[in-house]
Design a binder for this molecule. Structure first.
Ligand code: GLN
Length: 470
């Protein structure tokens, strides 16, 4: 594309240098050319229908702030009258009956929705290999996974199949695929962005956020999808900054490097490139210190106990009675429930439902679920303490660059460990962003994670902006 961010795109449309119609047609063509990536579950070929109206609005200056931005939406978020499958056989054929709040907000600002992206089934996974629509390929190198669970969204942005995409992040599903595909991905504070219209996975963790190739567009989408909503009771009415106008700043930051995130498991090339960027930040006048988040080692276990517990309850609504797949092999109501779920859910989803049911069962509730809740509080207070000393915490996003397709799919535990640096932010409810910072020797992207205190996305955007301009 010939524009560096959305602001410039609008200028170019206004002055007639870009035709929005052509731009949308180019994206649709690019999607066709890249069908092998399998990034989309559904492409909206009719996306071009509102284009003329939006183009006219832009030319007369009466347009919304995302006018003409071409956005793909992860297939766990409802778009009215479009399929909503969560990449699961249990929802094949289901159409959403209303717009998610985020979708409503994008449309109000004249964004163009181009399709629904592939993902791990019900957003459970780290490689986008658990999908009823098949795996997604990493556009940078097709032998590798794009990350998950929002792998289709990350791949679509990286391969230039859209300007930006929405994903969801329950334990890293925006940041990890963003890191593996070399794009920006932001997980907002829990409670900033309404989840109304998002299919719930783990309700006390789930968040919706943007992917984009530049930090300005991340800021623009974030300010659009944030804000008041009466339909999500966890929504917190916080101040919405005009993030996009405030991201370039002279501010100097205090940055903490948690020693637990730089221990032996971290790939050497990632460590090296991160420290080169730490130097850039120091040279720009920011202060960098070592900190400790002592309960980090318990994050993965805590995350997988609590999220599977919540998932087992949330996914009980898929029973063959209300919507989605109903087994044809059942001869009574018990069999209808049992066979519909057996035939409809994939292996990983079943694994999580069983784990979650187990940790909630009466004999084990105290030993697992209750204990994990206590550890969650400890992890959260680690962050509270750290943010008394520093403004931003800087870590790797992932312990390694993208792994090969099939490399971890037979070993769920190893797959879970790839979330080692991302789950803590969801346990604590704080915002975090993946910043693409370079490539390893074999050309795979590398990402760095920035974390800040609740509702302080502005600091993340400002620091990411310093990195993008230095
Ligand atoms: N990879 C993590 C999991 O499998 C995170 C998923 C997510 O954030 N949706 O649970």
């Amino acid at each position: 594309m010939i524009y560096k961010n959305h602001k410039q795109k609008i200028e170019l449309i206004k002055s007639g240098k870009i035709s929005l119609k052509q731009n949308v047609a180019d994206f649709l063509l690019n999607i066709k050319k890249n069908e092998h990536l399998n990034a989309f579950n559904f492409v909206f070929e009719d996306s071009a229908s509102e284009v003329d109206l939006i183009e006219r609005k832009i030319k007369t200056g009466k347009h919304g702030k995302l006018a003409g931005m071409v956005i793909a939406v992860k297939d766990v978020i409802s778009i009215k009258s479009k399929p909503l499958t969560c990449s699961s056989n249990i929802l094949i054929g289901f159409e959403a009956v209303y717009n998610a709040t985020v979708v409503e907000k994008l449309l109000q600002e004249n964004a163009i929705l181009i399709g629904k992206t592939n993902c791990d089934e019900f957003a459970m996974g780290s490689s986008n290999e658990n999908s009823a629509f098949g795996k997604v390929l990493n556009p940078v190198n097709n032998d590798y996974v794009p990350g998950g669970s929002s792998g289709g969204s990350a791949a679509a942005v990286a391969a230039n199949l859209c300007d930006a995409a929405l994903g969801t992040d329950t334990g890293g599903s925006i940041r990890q695929p963003a890191a593996f595909c070399g794009v920006y991905g932001l997980k907002p504070t829990y409670g900033r962005v309404s989840r109304y219209g998002l299919t719930a996975f783990a309700s006390s963790f789930d968040t919706i956020g943007p992917f984009a190739k530049n930090i300005d567009d991340i800021a623009l989408i974030l300010e659009t999808i944030s804000g008041n909503d009466n339909f999500d009771s966890t929504f917190v009415n916080s101040e919405i900054h005009s993030f996009s106008e405030k991201i370039s700043s002279e501010r100097k930051f205090k940055i903490g490097l948690p020693k637990e995130y730089f221990s032996d498991g971290l790939d050497d090339e990632i460590r090296k490139i991160i420290f080169e960027h730490v130097e850039i930040l120091k040279n720009a006048g920011n202060e960098v210190t070592e900190i400790s988040l002592p309960h980090t080692e318990f994050a993965i276990a805590t995350y997988y106990i609590l999220t599977t517990a919540e998932a087992s309850a949330n996914l009980s609504r898929f029973d063959g009675a209300h919507y989605g797949l109903r087994s044809k092999n059942a001869s009574n109501i018990d069999e209808m429930y049992k066979f519909s779920r057996t035939e409809g859910f994939g292996e990983e989803v079943k694994r999580r439902i069983m784990l979650g049911t187990y940790v909630l069962s009466s004999g084990y509730y105290d030993a697992y679920y209750k204990k994990a809740q206590k550890v969650r509080s400890l992890i959260k207070s680690d962050f509270d303490n750290a943010f008394k000393e520093v403004d931003i915490i800087l870590t790797p996003t992932t312990p390694t660059a993208a792994f090969k397709i099939g490399e971890k799919s037979e070993n769920p535990l190893e797959m879970y460990l790839s979330d080692i640096y991302t789950t803590s932010a969801n346990l604590a409810g704080i915002p975090a962003i993946n910043v693409p910072i370079g490539f390893n020797k074999i050309g795979l992207p590398i990402g760095m994670q920035l974390l800040s205190k609740q509702f302080d996305e502005l600091s993340l955007l400002q620091l990411a902006n310093i990195l993008s301009t230095n």
